[in-house]
Design a protein around this ligand. Sequence first.
Ligand SMILES: *[C@@H]1O[C@H](CO)[C@@H](O)[C@H](O)[C@H]1NC(C)=O
Ligand SMILES: *[C@@H]1O[C@H](CO)[C@@H](O)[C@H](O)[C@H]1NC(C)=O
Length: 406
Amino acid sequence: MAIPLFHFVLILPFLASTSIFSSPVQDPEQVVQQVNQSIRNATIARRNLGFLSCGTGNPIDDCWRCDPYWEKNRQRLADCAIGFGKHAIGGRDGKIYVVSDPSDRDPVNPKPGTLRHAVIQDEPLWIIFARDMVIKLKEELLMNSFKTIDGRGANVHIAGGPCITVQYVTNVIIHGINIHDCKRGGNAYVRDSPSHYGWRTTSDGDGVSIFGGSHVWVDHCSLSNCNDGLIDAIHGSTAITISNSYMTHHNKVMLLGHSDSYKQDKNMQVTIAFNHFGEGLVQRMPRCRQGYFHVVNNDYTHWEMYAIGGSADPTINSQGNRFLAPDNVNNKEVTKHEDAPQSQWKHWNWRSEGDLMLNGAFFTPSGTGASSSYAKASSLGARPSSLVSSLTAGAGALVCKKASRC
Ligand SMILES: *[C@@H]1O[C@H](CO)[C@@H](O)[C@H](O)[C@H]1NC(C)=O
Ligand SMILES: *[C@@H]1O[C@H](CO)[C@@H](O)[C@H](O)[C@H]1NC(C)=O
């Protein structure tokens, strides 16, 4: 048996310091303005095109779903992202790789044609699926940089085993995949590139685990019922957009930020847009630490404990969301300021702008200027509500057929 050259613990600090992994901190206000402008542009385009338009006013979808030949132009999707993860190009500049074999028998020597064989390659690849399949992974799927997993045109489930890990890599797009019932893996060797494999300790059992990853875009995925988080981004991860996804049946939905003491996450920037947080969800949509979080035009129809929360002074910019509170009178609050007394959290910048509050939902703003933004938001009234339902109507993995609009 071959002896592994490196263990992850030894190689990763070195990789993390090399230049392709450093992500400049983007000017948050500028990115927020771009998101706003792209939503306005898409809304105006929809009005002008009238009934014949396939446009929904969702700027990501309107960028590609109107194209009946989406199947021939798959890589154009890479230019449709918005927000902090918009520069994620995935496998845009590489070949198409067709996954034809759902098996995952040997995570150290994956067979050509399997998803694992595709994602570990060094070259950029745009990965698609030959047919419908359920992929039950034996160990975490360790992605290499510059990869897109594109489930359009097939009904693809990654389920019942460990799921996706984006660790110290960059430029990853995950689109159109059903990710559910994810379990812990580990205490095993797993390959992460053609030239390297290493020992993995026990994994959390997240749907998508982003660890020191940057330029990551998760779009139109359906996620539910995993062992830990549906999507967790920790340990210096940044430049992330999570959009158009449909999440259900899960307790700790999204953790963004490693720990209260991990200061590197101050640079974390994440956009959460056009998602539907649906039935059976409990908390953390998301739970934020340290960084900047833009939560825009999502539909929150179910939470048991709270929707948006966090600790360690995160900035939370909530705009144009629809929050439908549960019937329980004790759980109407959207927000949860965690692990600090009010004397501290009153300085954290959390604001709500143009959010629609239903069934008694309320957002507790904090920080400088939050109360004036909040006052302005209330005067916007119900404006975003009609917008949010059409923007999020297609959330989750789509059913796309060749030669017709998706
Ligand atoms: C975009 O900006 C305009 C003007 O600044 C504001 O009225 C509108 O509510 C914003 N839209 C969203 C979706 O944030
Ligand atoms: C919005 O539309 C204007 C005019 O067509 C264009 O210049 C601008 O780049 C668009 N902005 C975004 C963020 O899509």
